[in-house]
Each structure stands twice: as C-alpha cells, then as structure tokens.
Design a protein around this ligand. Structure first.
Ligand code: SAM
Ligand code: ZN
Length: 255
C-alpha cells in the first residue's frame, strides 16, 4: 500500500525511514507517537484543528462505544464482504469505529483518513492494527492509483473522482448517508438525500445496490446529548431521555 506525497507539484511515493515518511524530493512527514501519519498541508487547514471539534469527536466515540448504533454498524459491515487479502480505505473515518469493525470482521488491510488529528490520534491509540492518516480528502487522497478493493464513506466526505482513482478496477464504493428519518425526533422533519447523492456519483460509478437500515434507540439524557453534539446539533442543555430513530441509506457503487 503506497502512500503518496500530498504536495501538488510532487506526488512521489513515500517511503518509511525510521519515524518519518519521505519522498524522492525529500519532503518528510512525521509518524506521531500514537502511530498515525500527518500528511496535512498548511493550505489544507483553515483552522488550527480542522475537521470535527474535540467535543463532537468525544461525543461520537461515547455514543458508538455505548452500542446505540450497533445495528447500523453491523448492517454496513455485512453489506461489504471482504477478504484478508483486500485493502479497504475509510474516508472521513473519525475516531475509527467503523474501520475497526471491518478489520475485526474480515482481517483486511485497513487504512483510515480524516482531516482531524484529534480524531485520528484517538483512532491510532485504540486500533494499532489499522493505518491512520491525517489528510484533506476533499483535495487529494494520499494513496497511489488503484490501491484499494473497497472505499467507504460513512456519513463523511464525498469526493467521486478521488474515490474512483484510488479504487482498483471492479472495486466497490460504499457510501452511507443519514436516512430521511435519521434523528427525526430531534429534527422535527425528514430530509431525503438519496437522489442527490446518486446524482453526484453518476458520472463516475454504477449504482449496484441501495438499502435503508434503521433502528430506534432508547437513549438516556446523556446519550441524547451525545448524539446531538456528534451530529452538530444545538440545544443539548435541555436533553431528556427519549426514543430516537437512527437511520442510514447505504449505497453500493461499482467502478
Ligand atoms: C460525521 S463525522 C463521521 C465520522 C465516521 N465516519 C463515523 O461514522 O463515525 C465526519 C468526519 O469527516 C471528517 N472530515 C471533515 N472534513 C474532512 C476532509 N476534508 N477530509 C477528511 N475528513 C474530513 C471530520 O473530521 C469527521 O471525523
Ligand atoms: Zn514530495
């Protein structure tokens, strides 16, 4: 699995040298203490800590750790059967819950990319058997062409040309988006994003499967607060225990 130097005028393969990665033009990238590699370029960051806030990341980890979303996670992992010879990339992987579930299920070569060093550091500390990269996936996914049998984007960034470039011929892309009724009890209205998302990928991929998975979770006030902040919602101060619908539309595309 070859990483590529993210500097636009360079794009040479990176080779590991002790605690750094270096390209033929001598651009070097450190391996962090927790084991992740930071390939974020200065022009890729609009703030000191781009991507999700520390609070949103911590809330998402607590919510996922508590198992509230497990029926959705299981359905997503089962929808993309892989073998231990396959390489999988999770784009916008956050603190690593989904990629780690794929690793456990199939023993794949598991690589995760997120723009947030905070999220990637948490992922790297917990899941040593996966590779974790900080990068801006909206610009460039720092891997060689055709590197992956599968790419996933789970309520995360969508970059059709880059997803296509890093997928091997015949490779599969799994896109999971919030279903129309996701968190409807908190949002008060439904919003369907399926058509828009299919449209976005139409010129790069063929849609092979679409299904919805939903689950009503019984949440205490803390869990309601966590699901609100992890989905960027305000007003968590007044959270009360309630039943909340969790829903994903899962789209499988073939290159
Ligand atoms: C809603 S979270 C989903 C995280 C994870 N996939 C999950 O389901 O738990 C979206 C993630 O996208 C990341 N993100 C935002 N902009 C990004 C970019 N340009 N490149 C890569 N990741 C990005 C955020 O830091 C955040 O971790
Ligand atoms: Zn370089």
């Amino acid at each position: 699995m070859r990483l590529i130097c993210p500097i636009p005028t360079c794009r040479q393969p990176l080779a590991k040298r002790e605690r750094t990665f270096v390209c033929a033009n001598n651009h070097t990238y450190d391996v962090a203490r927790s084991g992740y590699i930071n390939l974020l370029q200065p022009q890729d960051r609009r703030s000191k800590n781009p991507g999700d806030t520390r609070d949103a990341i911590a809330a998402r980890r607590r919510f996922l750790d508590a198992g509230h979303a497990e029926p959705l996670v299981r359905a997503i992992v089962e929808a993309l059967p892989l073998s231990s010879d396959d390489a999988l990339l999770d784009v916008g992987c956050g603190e690593g819950h989904h990629l780690a579930a794929f690793k456990r299920a199939y023993g794949v070569d598991a690589q995760g990319v997120d723009i947030s060093a905070i999220a990637i550091d948490l992922a790297a500390r917990r899941h040593r058997d996966c590779t974790w990269i900080v990068a801006n996936a909206d610009r460039f996914i720092p891997y060689e062409d055709h590197a992956f049998r599968a790419v996933t984007s789970i309520t995360a960034r969508l970059n059709p040309p880059e997803f296509r470039r890093v997928l091997a011929p015949g490779g599969t892309l799994l896109v999971a988006i919030a279903g129309a009724d996701d968190l409807v009890e908190l949002r008060g209205m439904e919003r369907d994003r399926v058509e828009r998302t299919i449209e976005m990928f139409a010129s790069h991929f063929e849609l092979v499967r679409h299904f919805n998975v939903r689950h009503v979770a019984h949440l205490d006030a803390d869990a309601v607060r966590d699901v609100m902040s992890s989905s960027y919602r305000r007003g968590h101060e007044n959270a009360e225990a309630m039943d909340v619908t969790l829903s994903r539309d899962v789209l499988l595309f073939r290159k």
